[in-house]
Design a protein around this ligand. Structure first.
Ligand code: 3HC
Length: 296
């Protein structure tokens, strides 16, 4: 059954090569997913060779893990490794890419610059997808010559495990681009939903309220362990503060700042979270034993 709001799938264009802008935690997970499910060449780029190498190294290591678990055989592992490359030069990497996804720093100006650079070198038909957590897809597309090919393509951590994908239609996104996005989502075996281009879309709106409130409780003086114990009966897959660390406190802070600007009556920015990010800490826990334990 066609997902609600998805255009006719006959409009979808083929995707034979994928570009990923960024080689950080999210971008590397995306590269792995596209590689595994689409089995097409995937090119990673970043601002320096060290980051590019780290991203490709992550993908290779994850392929080895899949091999170790018996999920793929040696032939497939070799094939997948041969399909992933990393380059510094976007022109070299993306000149024949059909689908380029960015997962760079969550700042609208940075993302607009990245898309302008990609548009200058990618084929005219290429989809430009953004994994933004909370920024406006329309605004991101607004400086481009062809804004109709921009779509929001928002994944959840850990990307390999969580089935949901929020697909976002910008003001100018055309049906062919949206149909291609849905066709790619299907190949990635994700459950795609079409969301409005509203701040933080759907999931992060809810999650940020939830995480913000537990931090307010802590900021107001409730010990972290009490707050964590109190949410246990809710049966969440992981505690909100461990989840915050999985997502990354800097991302959590960005999303809450975006939502605070959009809906100041409902969203707060936790001073404690801001302090965690400023101090460059991972969060409220330490992992010395390999398991999360409260930072004393
Ligand atoms: N990275 C990659 N894979 C991971 C992982 C991680 N951090 N943690 C667990 N996994 C994998 C495991 O390897 C395992 O895979 P396998 O079946 O191939 O061996 C699988 O997940 C299940 O792991 P476990 O059985 O060890 O663990 P759990 O059953 O406890 O599940 C979890 C772990 C899936 C992370 C679960 O706790 C969960 O769903 N947590 C909530 C995650 C969530 O809400 N994410 C959304 C965050 S919001 C977001 O990302 C949006 C952004 O814009 C901010």
């Amino acid at each position: 059954k066609r997902p609600a709001g998805a255009p006719d799938k006959s409009l979808a264009r083929p995707v034979t090569k994928v570009g990923v802008v960024g080689a950080g935690l999210m971008a590397s997970q995306l590269a792995l997913l596209f590689l595994r499910r689409l089995e097409v060449p995937v090119v990673l780029t970043d601002i320096d060779q060290e980051r590019v190498d780290k991203g490709v190294g992550y993908v290779h290591a994850e392929i080895d893990k899949l091999l170790g678990k018996g999920r793929i055989n040696q032939d497939k592992a070799n094939r997948l490794k041969a399909l992933v490359t990393g380059v510094l030069d976007k022109a070299e990497g993306f000149s024949d890419a059909d689908f380029v996804i960015e997962a760079v720093f969550e700042e609208i100006g940075v993302k607009q610059t990245v898309f302008a650079e990609v548009e200058a070198v990618a084929p005219a038909h290429a989809i430009l997808a953004t994994n933004t957590s909370s920024l406006s897809v329309s605004e991101m597309a607004s400086k481009l010559k062809n804004p109709e090919r921009v779509v929001g393509f928002h994944f959840f951590n850990p990307v390999a495990v969580l089935p949901l994908l929020e697909i976002v239609r910008g003001e100018k996104t055309d049906d062919a681009s949206l149909a291609t996005a849905f066709a790619v989502a299907k190949k990635l075996k994700k459950t795609a939903v079409l969301t409005k281009d509203a701040p933080a879309f759907v999931v992060n709106r809810i999650l940020t309220r939830f995480m913000g409130e537990i931090q307010n409780v802590i900021d107001e003086g409730t010990p972290v362990e009490v707050a964590e114990k109190a949410v246990e009966p809710l049966g969440l897959p992981m505690s909100p503060l461990v989840l915050l660390e999985l997502v990354g406190p800097a991302i959590g802070l960005h999303v809450s700042e975006t939502l605070n600007r959009a809906f100041p009556d409902r969203f707060t920015v936790s001073p404690n979270l801001a302090a965690v990010v400023k101090a460059g800490k991972r969060g409220f826990y330490v992992y010395d034993s390999g398991k999360p334990e409260l930072d004393p």
